[in-house]
Design a protein around this ligand. Structure first.
Ligand code: IFM
Length: 443
């Protein structure tokens, strides 16, 4: 068994997590720069100010990606690098960085997949109300126009937003991520609504201004449900898509508006008076045809008899404490495709680990190899059962700044020795190279 013929193998990273160079060439500040200064907000007071210094080392990093056989690389553009104030004057030097990066990737025969927003929201716009402000959709559309004008002669694959659940739910509701707000439900759902409107406006802009025929998706995350037995398939599907309580950790509240042009009825009931005010035309703006459903999946909940069951005592956990449930990569794409009916791309999957350099100078990460092996076998099974999965992006190409966890979590295929910025491909990187070469036939 192998993966479909044109299956795309990649790895991903995001601007603030790897670029560093936070003050270079006129980059403006994002909410993450502000949040990292807040005492106690990030593990050991760390920040992405230097990170992997990818901004300066990108040529070597792309050469490394090539040597590892990557066919695609998912990157994000830092809005404050391109427009330091969020709106208004463009920063030519910041934009030039992405221009050069795209050229470098294409010269290495690596397809760029570009995410427009991966959480580094311009601080000056946050100070004007941020996503709470209805104008945020136009701010995002204007920024998108600039990026698309510069890159779309070479970039074909676009994603609007990365994990809206995280930057809204964790950033604006629980306050553990930037900007650190703890909004009540009404404000949080207003943020969601403006985020969805922004997504829709960005899709319109890419569609109308993209120079190559653009392929557009987004990269949400949400609850994945796994049936414990074949008898639990229907209840796992229902658990994944039915809203019974107030939570943003779900797919339906986000993706039903995007694909069906309406908020789910049960959700409207659950959120009641806190549901957002919908202006005429909003839902049409939000519902723009997408070419693929990008989805970030790290684990799933096991459902038996209609209920979530706890993992067995001693169940495998990553260093983050996330359960290791490879079947999530079978049921997640399958259920999402059944419901939303577009091809799926796994835009993130991987694990945090406590990797270090061994006495032999190498980085051995057998857990990550086993984790990826198990997950990719499940993804292959999904393909064999007819789920249209077009690609897989491992998170992450290299260790990086893991938000409020700082540099504690290592997710990379490549180890980064931060004090020297030396890169050491881990065993998993060589293993993944072999997976790519065989199109997964070796799994
Ligand atoms: O590092 C993050 C990424 O930015 C978004 N998805 C989850 C990853 C691991 O936590």
């Amino acid at each position: 068994m192998s993966f479909p013929k044109n299956f795309l193998w990649g790895a991903a990273a995001a601007a603030y997590q790897i670029e560093g160079a936070a003050r270079a060439d006129g980059r403006g500040e994002s909410v993450w720069d502000m949040f990292c200064r807040k005492p106690g907000a990030v593990w050991n007071g760390q920040s992405g100010a230097v990170a992997c210094d990818h901004y300066r080392r990108f040529k070597r990093d792309v050469a490394m990606m090539k040597s590892l056989g990557l066919q695609a690389y998912r990157l994000s553009v830092a809005w404050p690098r391109v427009i330091p104030n969020g709106t208004g004057k463009t920063n030519a030097k910041g934009l030039a960085f992405y221009d050069k990066l795209i050229d470098e990737l294409l010269a290495a025969d690596i397809q760029p997949f570009v995410t427009l927003f991966h959480w580094d929201y311009p601080l000056p716009l946050y100070n004007r109300g941020g996503w709470l402000n209805r104008d945020s959709a136009e701010w995002f559309a204007d920024y998108t126009k600039i990026v698309v004008a510069k890159l779309s002669d070479r970039v074909k694959h676009w994603m609007t937003l990365n994990e809206p659940f995280a930057f809204v739910g964790v950033g604006h509701q629980s306050g553990q991520h930037a900007p650190g707000d703890k909004h009540a439900w009404a404000e949080t759902l207003r943020v969601v609504h403006n985020v969805l409107r922004s997504h829709g406006r960005a899709v319109q802009v890419i569609r109308s201004h993209g120079k190559l025929k653009p392929q557009i998706g987004w990269a949400p995350c949400g609850r994945t449900c796994i049936p414990a037995t074949p008898n639990d398939i229907q209840s796992a599907r229902a658990a994944m898509f039915t809203i019974t309580e107030r939570t943003l950790w779900q797919h339906t509240w986000w993706s039903d508006p995007v694909f069906f042009g309406r908020y789910p009825a049960e959700g409207l009931k659950v959120f009641g008076a806190d549901a957002p005010k919908i202006e005429p035309g909003d839902m049409q703006t939000i519902q723009q045809p997408l070419d693929f459903f990008g989805v970030n999946i790290y684990w799933g909940d096991i459902i038996r008899g209609g209920k979530q069951i706890p993992p067995a005592v001693g169940h495998a956990l990553t260093t983050y404490g996330w359960t290791v449930t490879p079947e999530a990569l079978y049921w997640g794409p399958r259920f999402l495709q059944e419901r939303y009916k577009v091809p799926v791309i796994i835009t993130e999957n991987g694990m945090g680990n406590t990797d270090w350099i061994s006495l032999d100078g190498q980085v051995h990460d057998p857990q990550r190899i086993d984790f990826l092996h198990r997950h990719l076998r499940e993804l292959r099974r999904a393909c064999a059962d007819g789920v249209d999965v077009r690609g897989y992006f491992q998170w992450s190409i290299m260790d990086n700044f893991e938000w409020n966890e700082g540099y504690k979590q290592r997710f990379g295929l490549v180890y980064v020795d931060y004090p020297t910025q030396r890169r050491i491909p881990k065993d998993s990187a060589y293993w993944y190279k072999r997976v790519i070469e065989t199109n997964g036939a070796n799994l």
